[in-house]
Write a protein that binds this ligand. Structure first.
Ligand code: HPA
Ligand code: ZN
Length: 349
């Protein structure tokens, strides 16, 4: 493709089509957060699990959140229907099918093994089910997928070490390690030693920081945990020095607009700071986080965010390009995706 690539101007009425068509990577998706109520009920029936909701409609009706914790309570309850390797496989395949419709060509899935091992589900069941789905996603949908195992930050560092130990037989099936769950009161430095160990083991490192928590948590995720990407990170705009650091080091932020809206991080999408992050030179990306709970998959995040503010084709290109540049794929695959991204934009010239 041409170098340097110039993004064609695209009229506002053609922008949603471009956003949907452009190839993109999704780097912030909790696979347990892709469980739609219909699938939760189907798996509950298959496994004889009793749910505290009478119907799909009643469950979906409970998806009204005031903050991160109010969501996490219902999200962990939903995951209780996952018992067998087939359950984990089927959940991930449903996500891959939906992602492929959105022209997601590469994705890096978070999963929370402690949510499952605490219920007596083995690490073997969780990782083998998800890994088999990643292999099938490539064959069935042409979507490449990598797995990132997350530690639950409301639990102890000792429990994270035990989880890492249980996952060691499957280390070749994992590209990286992340940190999620309730942020405030559980700063990154609580996991300093276990992240240092993961780094020695050669895992790529990411962490949720600055979703609800303060900019200080983004600093310690970078300087203590030594992560390569920050998940969310939207609170960083409160700290000009941090903004400079993120821009200078090209640290990617995996921003999730509809998640931020549903968890009341911003009052509406027009108030979201995605544009501010991009204009400050940060490597922001757009992601769905927990699409079954937050009212939209990846293209919904793009189209609704662009509809709410003055973002244009240049921003769309930047966001998609950032998603590939911040991903953990091979350089040759990255180059192929970037070429295809430019080709998709060319068709709008
Ligand atoms: N933040 C923290 N933990 C999570 C999230 C999130 O947005 N989604 C699933 N677990
Ligand atoms: Zn998340």
């Amino acid at each position: 493709m041409s170098f340097p690539f110039t993004v064609p101007p695209v009229a506002a009425d053609r922008l949603p089509g471009l956003l949907r068509q452009m190839p993109k990577a999704e780097l912030h998706i909790h696979i347990e957060g892709s469980l739609e109520p219909e699938l939760i009920f189907a798996l509950a029936r298959r496994n004889g699990v009793q749910l505290p909701y009478a119907s799909v409609e009643e469950l979906r009706g409970a998806y009204a959140f005031s903050n991160l914790q109010s969501f996490l309570d219902i999200y962990y309850a939903g995951a209780s229907v996952l018992l067998t390797e087939a359950d984990f496989h089927d959940m991930a395949m449903a996500y891959f099918a939906r992602a492929a419709q959105d022209n997601v060509v590469h994705t890096e899935l978070f999963f929370d093994p402690q949510t499952h091992t605490a219920r007596g589900v083995s690490m073997d069941t969780v990782i083998n089910g998800l890994h088999r789905a990643c292999v099938d996603a490539q064959a069935q949908f042409g979507v490449s997928a990598l797995l990132i195992m997350c530690f639950l930050r409301h639990l102890s560092e000792q429990e994270a070490f035990e989880t890492l130990e249980q996952a060691m037989p499957y280390r070749d099936k994992l590209v990286g390690i992340g940190l999620d769950s309730g942020e405030v009161g559980n700063p990154p430095e609580k996991f300093a030693r276990v992240f240092a160990r993961c780094r020695e083991l050669g895992f790529r490192l990411v962490a949720h920081a600055g979703e609800e928590g303060p900019p200080e948590y983004v600093w310690t995720a970078l300087d203590v945990l030594k992560v390569e990407r920050i998940d969310h990170g939207v609170q960083s705009t409160k700290d000009p020095l941090l903004m400079q650091r993120l821009a200078k080091d090209r640290i990617a932020l995996t921003v999730c607009p509809l998640s931020n809206l549903k968890l009341c991080v911003f009052p509406d999408l027009a108030s979201h700071n995605l544009l501010q992050l991009l204009e400050a030179g940060l490597a922001a990306t757009v992601n769905s986080d927990d699409p079954a709970y937050f009212g939209g998959y990846l293209n919904d995040n793009f189209t609704q965010t662009f509809a709410a503010g003055p973002l244009n084709a240049e921003h769309a290109y930047r966001l998609a390009r950032n998603s590939f540049e911040a991903s953990f794929i091979e350089p040759s695959a990255r180059k192929r995706h970037l070429d295809r991204l430019e080709a998709a934009f060319e068709t709008f010239r």
